[in-house]
Write a protein that binds this ligand. Sequence first.
Ligand SMILES: C[S@@+](CC[C@H](N)C(=O)[O-])C[C@H]1O[C@@H](n2cnc3c(N)ncnc32)[C@H](O)[C@@H]1O
Ligand code: SF4
Ligand code: SF4
Length: 390
Amino acid sequence: MKFNLRQYKQIAQAAISRNVPVYAHFGVTHRCNLTCKMCGIWRYGNAKEELSIPETRKVAEQMKRMGVAQVSLGGGEPFARDDLEEIVEGFLDLDLNVRVLTNGIGVPIQRIDRMIDFGLRNFSISLDSLYPSRFDYICEKEGSWDEAVNTMTHISQRLKGKKALPNINCVVSNLNLEELPDMVRFAKAIGFTISFLPIELLNDPNEGVQNWEARFIRYRPEMGLHSDMNTQNLQNVEQRVDYAYKELIAMKADGWPILNSTPYLQASWQYLKTGRFPLEGCDAGSLYFSVAPNGQFTICHRTQHQHIHFLDPNFEEYYHSQLYEKRRIQEAGGCEGCMRACWIDTSSMFRTVRGFFETVKLSQQHVTSYPASFIQAQQWAKHENKTYAS
Ligand SMILES: C[S@@+](CC[C@H](N)C(=O)[O-])C[C@H]1O[C@@H](n2cnc3c(N)ncnc32)[C@H](O)[C@@H]1O
Ligand code: SF4
Ligand code: SF4
């Protein structure tokens, strides 16, 4: 995040009215080069349905008109599109604050360099473990840890000393709960921030087929914290979660580079212990929204707002209509909840003074002048006497 004066004005306006969509997610493709254990998005990859470059430029123009300050370009794996650089350039040309969400695996370094040369400063790269064997198991591809870390260290070497926010996205699961504080230390050493997202899984192997909302996640009981709910295990889960999140919240207060707001970490702590989502209303469709690879508009990437295409000539009129507001409230209100940082962190920024000031502080962040090199980062890798069967 690197907000300019116009963007701060939009954010202030959103704080007062709560109806300016300051954050938007644009999934540029559902295709992916990996088949991560917990993710099902790659099954929906279809190059034919994706928007063309002129269309992605129209998406950027419309987002800008609507008051969006921060856009995440994700997927699927956005680098699966050969023209991702052009998409990024189109958003940057309009002075939108852009973040690219990538697995960083199999990405030619020249493609990253080109984007940095255009002015891209915000990357989020996934890394779920300091054990290469565990991470490769999760990604279902050998060598994933080395490739992701190589991309990360290349980015921090390029951005060192600059105002920028390269970030690690870490999915919290049964496989890595004990590693979280060390992941924060690792992120700091390589000049990154880190954000934690509790894993979402299906309870039933067939659920993803039957339930539209569950299409993008998978049934992986070995990664879930609550798959075995006998009392002893439950107690054990509570202790493990308490231990991890107490330390994360203390580290955040001590200035360690954790991107999540404190209210989000507190909500994740409760969710991981109890399986219950936060009670506050969700701001999907008002403070933020999502656009699918084919340009379909949804209030968030999990809900099904099948009413309008983002590039429909009447879209903006519809977005400001009472009909839209009615549908938005029905959709967000009728949802059982989720732990998506996009809504909880965006909401916390507007609903809590603490969340707001934490975000402003992070937006001023500079990458350290001495980030670890790839060789130094490799020394953080842990090894265990355990093999993971796929
Ligand atoms: C869907 S990916 C898209 C961007 C890119 N392909 C990547 O992996 O970073 C965005 C984030 O969602 C996370 N994710 C995938 N499946 C998840 C699940 N079941 N629960 C929570 N997060 C998940 C990924 O680990 C990643 O950090
Ligand atoms: S989490 Fe990202 S990298 Fe992994 S399968 Fe899903 S979209 Fe691909
Ligand atoms: S709570 Fe529901 S509507 Fe809100 S962001 Fe999560 S899935 Fe979407």
